[in-house]
Design a protein around this ligand. Structure first.
Ligand SMILES: [Zn+2]
Length: 82
């Protein structure tokens, strides 16, 4: 997943905000408040950053499920043990 360099809608540069925004959301800060304090006011720009973070979280979730699924398959079907 590439971080959004610019807002998809209005073209405002957002790349410099990405790491900070992502880190603050990961630390438990509410996404809306993080965007407010970073000065991201337009809804199109907020959406661009917010959906990018949501997408990363979904991918992380998937990788956890995948690991669990592989463990279950190994346990009950005795495959993938080499
Ligand atoms: Zn925008």
């Amino acid at each position: 997943m590439l971080p959004p360099v610019r807002c998809f809608t209005c073209g405002t540069p957002l790349g410099h905000l990405w790491e900070q925004f992502k880190a603050r959301v990961a630390a438990g800060e509410e996404a809306g408040k993080a965007l407010d304090s970073l000065g991201v006011e337009r809804y199109c720009c907020r959406r661009t950053l917010y959906t990018a973070v949501t997408y990363v979280e979904e991918l992380a979730l998937y990788s956890v499920y995948r690991k669990e699924r592989e463990q279950v398959i190994r346990k009950y079907f005795h495959v993938g043990e080499g």
